[in-house]
Every structure is written in structure tokens, then in C-alpha cells.
Design a protein around this ligand. Structure first.
Ligand SMILES: C[S@@+](CC[C@H](N)C(=O)[O-])C[C@H]1O[C@@H](n2cnc3c(N)ncnc32)[C@H](O)[C@@H]1O
Length: 290
């Protein structure tokens, strides 16, 4: 599906992460440190994939899938994956040789005639642990482009970036292939308002029920709902949203009891982070039964 909408009625903002925290997402920082470790994770409404990349890179996830309704955003997400890979510092000598080798090799390929201006010391694997995190600084990524990703066989399928993929889909209506195996964690950051305004009360209920269905028993749903007062501005984007909003009877304060009725238990509220209009709660629900 190729679906990029000029008016972002799904919250499909382009350049969203120029407004949100970038390097380390403060919402993720609220969560238990082992939440994603070794887990299959679905990030619904992943936008340009910044949070999804962080989960895959820094939280030890086994497999992460980001899905978004807007195909252009998903193309950006794939690019983000490669950019994050390019900027990744070699982590330990056992895994870094391949990535460092790739760094060196690419510099030769992508800098072309500039190659001679950037002089390298001969590659010495014994100095890897002291290589600073800005080994391939962002400025190089801007100037020369991203580094290619070497074959996964060198590092393993379940480390970044091999543990991360993206899909374009309206996830409320379309199953993606990864759904059939189920997930340990499903994340829905700042998307419930858009589902609610586009698909109404029933659409939102259906969305929560689908999340329950694809989660394994004992799995976790991480929800960052937008508050009701933020719906007013969003609905003005378009006549359909405005009309739909008139019929909404569910409020974000009701989500917890709806989720309990569906079969989620052990709600945990982690408080709210984010500046200005992005100050939103982050809540965690556990699937008790199938
Ligand atoms: C406001 S952004 C939030 C991005 C990201 N989750 C975050 O909080 O950093 C909402 C995203 O949800 C996506 N979205 C909305 N409805 C969707 C649907 N039915 N299926 C998949 N993605 C959807 C939008 O395209 C948009 O990128």
C-alpha cells in the first residue's frame, strides 16, 4: 500500500521526531529496564521508526517490528535503521570487528575522491574498546550517507539492526505476517487518539481487542494515550474527523476499565513525561488470559 496523506489525519506527521525527544526517548526511560529484553515486540504507529530503533538497539529485544499506515514514513524508518546502524559504536571486540571493518570499507567506497583527504591509521582490532561513540559521527552520515549493513551471519539475527523490520499497514484492519507468531510486548505510543477519531468508539475497542489477541498470555501492552483535551485540535484537521468526534462516548480515562474488560490486568502507571502538548501518561497492561 502506498499511502501518504497530505493532511496528517492519522497523526502521520512527517518530521515528527524534530518535535519529540530524539537521542534517548524519555517515555522508554520510564519503563522497567528488562521489559523488552529477549522479547518479540510490535510497535504500532512507529512513524519514522526512531523509538522502534531504540527498542531494537538498546533494549536487548529479540525481534522488533514497526508498523505504520503511511508508506513514506516507513521508507524513512528503514533509512533511520541504517543511519542508527552507521552511528553505532562497536560494542565489544567479539562483535565489533565486522562492523568496524564495514565502517572502514564503506568510507573507501562512499567518499570516492575524498578518500585521500581522510587519512586512517591501519586498522587494529586491539584498539576497538577505546573507539569513541562518535566513531562515524553524524556529520559523516550527512555528508557521505549511511554505511551498508553487513550480512547478519557475522553478528546474529537477534541484535540490531537484524532484529528490526518495518511494515506498511493499517494495523487496525490488516494483519501483518509477524502477527501470527504473536508478541511478548506491543507498544502503542501516541496513536490511540488517531484510531479513535478515524474509527470511532467501536474502532478503538476493536484495536484494543486485536492487541489482546496478538499478545501472548502474560505479554505486555504499553500504551501512551493522548488526553481528551488534545482531541479538539486534531479533529479540526478534517470534516470526517470532526463528525466522528461528535459520536465519541469513550474518554481516555475509560481506557483502563475497557482494557480490563477485554482481559488485561496489573495496570501500572508510570506517570507522564514530555513537554507541553506531549505531556502524556505511559501505562502498562498485562494480558491475563486468551
Ligand atoms: C503521532 S504518531 C506517533 C509516533 C510514535 N508512535 C511515537 O509516539 O513516537 C502516530 C503514528 O501512528 C500512525 N498510525 C495511525 N493510525 C494507524 C493505523 N491504523 N495503523 C498503523 N499506523 C497508524 C501514524 O501514521 C503516525 O505515524
Amino acid at each position: 500500500m502506498s499511502k501518504s496523506i497530505t493532511v496528517p489525519i492519522h497523526g502521520n506527521y512527517h518530521g515528527y521526531y524534530s518535535k519529540r525527544p530524539t537521542i534517548k526517548d524519555t517515555r522508554l526511560a520510564l519503563l522497567p529496564p528488562t521489559l523488552f529484553a529477549g522479547k518479540r515486540v510490535l510497535d504500532i504507529g512507529c512513524n519514522e521508526g526512531w523509538v522502534t530503533c531504540e527498542i531494537a538497539q538498546s533494549w536487548g529485544a529479540h525481534k522488533v517490528v514497526g508498523v505504520d499506515i503511511d508508506d513514506v514514513l516507513i521508507q524513512h524508518a528503514w533509512r533511520r535503521r541504517r543511519a542508527v546502524w552507521s552511528l553505532q559504536a562497536p560494542s565489544d571486540p567479539s562483535t565489533s570487528t565486522s562492523s568496524s571493518a564495514a565502517h572502514l570499507e564503506v568510507e573507501e567506497v562512499s567518499t570516492g575522491s575524498k578518500k585521500r583527504k581522510r587519512k586512517h591509521e591501519p586498522f587494529d582490532a586491539t584498539v576497538i574498546p577505546s573507539i569513541p561513540p562518535d566513531y562515524f559521527p553524524a556529520s559523516c552520515e550527512h555528508e557521505f550517507g549511511s554505511l551498508p549493513i553487513p550480512p547478519s551471519i557475522l553478528r546474529g539475527k537477534h541484535v540490531f539492526p537484524y532484529n528490526l523490520s518495518f511494515r506498511t499497514a493499517d494495523w487496525t484492519r490488516t494483519e501483518i505476517p509477524e502477527d501470527s507468531e504473536g508478541y511478548d510486548v506491543v507498544a502503542a505510543f501516541s496513536i490511540s487518539k488517531w484510531i479513535h477519531l478515524n474509527d470511532g468508539d467501536e474502532g478503538l475497542r476493536h484495536f484494543f481487542m486485536r492487541i489482546h489477541k496478538v499478545l501472548k498470555t502474560g505479554g505486555t501492552f504499553v500504551l501512551e494515550p493522548q488526553p481528551w483535551d488534545s482531541y479538539a485540535k486534531a479533529k479540526r484537521m478534517n470534516e470526517i474527523l470532526k463528525e466522528n468526534a461528535k459520536n465519541l462516548t469513550i474518554r481516555p480515562d475509560d481506557f483502563e476499565s475497557i482494557l480490563h474488560d477485554i482481559g488485561f490486568v496489573h495496570t501500572q502507571h508510570f506517570g507522564a513525561v514530555g513537554e507541553g502538548g506531549f505531556h502524556r501518561p505511559v501505562d502498562l497492561y498485562v494480558k491475563e488470559r486468551s
